[in-house]
Design a protein around this ligand. Structure first.
Ligand SMILES: NC(=O)c1ccc[n+]([C@@H]2O[C@H](COP(=O)([O-])OP(=O)(O)OC[C@H]3O[C@@H](n4cnc5c(N)ncnc54)[C@H](OP(=O)(O)O)[C@@H]3O)[C@@H](O)[C@H]2O)c1
Length: 236
């Protein structure tokens, strides 16, 4: 990792931010990107001089293309950017389901498409799926489909973009700011219910998933895999 340049789109919060902290502690430099300037500046304060920040909305293809032109050559790409939501299939507005695809699927698609040409041939791409692709849940029809699409995209790209390695992380229920829209009481009850059902008896932390990402970046023999960091959720 020493002096490697790692691009983390979605690196201003949650799993992406924690991954940035961990790779910096291993000697890397990071470029973090997301939509909110405010979040990026707060992240930069935490990460220090080895982090550069860029405002970027991955659902805008042109922005993604010019972002990578500005970034130049680099060693690894991680795309944890996503804003997700749910809702019962019959009630969910079709537009909301489309927005999920625009944000989480097409965002990662554009990042891989325009990020690949500047990426070291010894480097890697890590995309993000999620447990609802593998353990269908009521209220997650669109998100489950998005996550399943990302997993398949990642595995196909492992063949097409080789020798660049491409892997996918599938987090379970992780306590990150993405869940802050839920009122605290409801959120804690939800975490307790999930923890009780899981073999590991707790929900995940951003640190748990970041360690999985680092494994995928560092292990040169791993490509085309979907790494489930979910406390055994898909077995329940
Ligand atoms: N947390 C969980 O329980 C869980 C479970 C399953 C899967 N996952 C997946 O894990 C990944 C990371 O999630 P997290 O929990 O770390 O989320 P998070 O804390 O909300 O962080 C998401 C990051 O993505 C950025 N972002 C969102 N939309 C973007 C866009 N269109 N363009 C650029 N940046 C964008 C956000 O910043 P801005 O607002 O500044 O853009 C933020 O930095 C996501 O793919 C998520 O779906 C998480």
């Amino acid at each position: 990792m020493q002096n490697q340049k790692i691009v983390i789109i979605g690196g201003s919060s949650g799993i992406g931010l924690e991954t940035a902290k961990q790779v910096i502690s291993l000697g890397a430099e990071v470029v973090i990107a997301s939509r909110s300037e405010d979040k990026l500046h707060k992240a930069k304060e935490m990460l220090g001089s080895r982090a550069a920040i860029y405002v970027l909305d991955t659902s805008d293809e042109q922005q993604v293309k010019s972002f990578f032109e500005k970034v130049g050559p680099y060693d690894h790409l991680i795309v944890s950017a996503a804003e997700t939501s749910g809702g019962s299939f019959l009630q969910l507005e079709t537009d909301q389901a489309r927005k999920l695809f625009e944000n989480k699927f097409w965002g990662q698609y554009y990042a891989a498409k325009y990020g690949a040409s500047q990426l070291s041939t010894e480097g890697s791409i890590t995309l993000f799926s999620g447990v609802v692709a593998y353990k269908p849940m009521i209220g997650s029809s669109a998100l489950g489909a998005v996550n399943a699409a990302v997993s398949n995209l990642g595995q196909t790209l492992a063949l097409e973009l080789a020798p660049i390695r491409v892997n996918v992380v599938s987090p379970g229920i992780i306590d990150t700011p993405s869940r802050s829209k839920m009122p605290e009481n409801t959120r804690n009850q939800f975490y307790d219910t999930v923890a009780h059902k899981l073999p590991v008896k707790r929900v995940g932390l951003a640190e748990d998933v970041a360690r999985g990402v680092i494994y995928l970046i560092q292990n040169q023999f791993v490509t085309g895999t979907v790494l489930h960091v979910d406390g055994g959720h898909i077995l329940t």
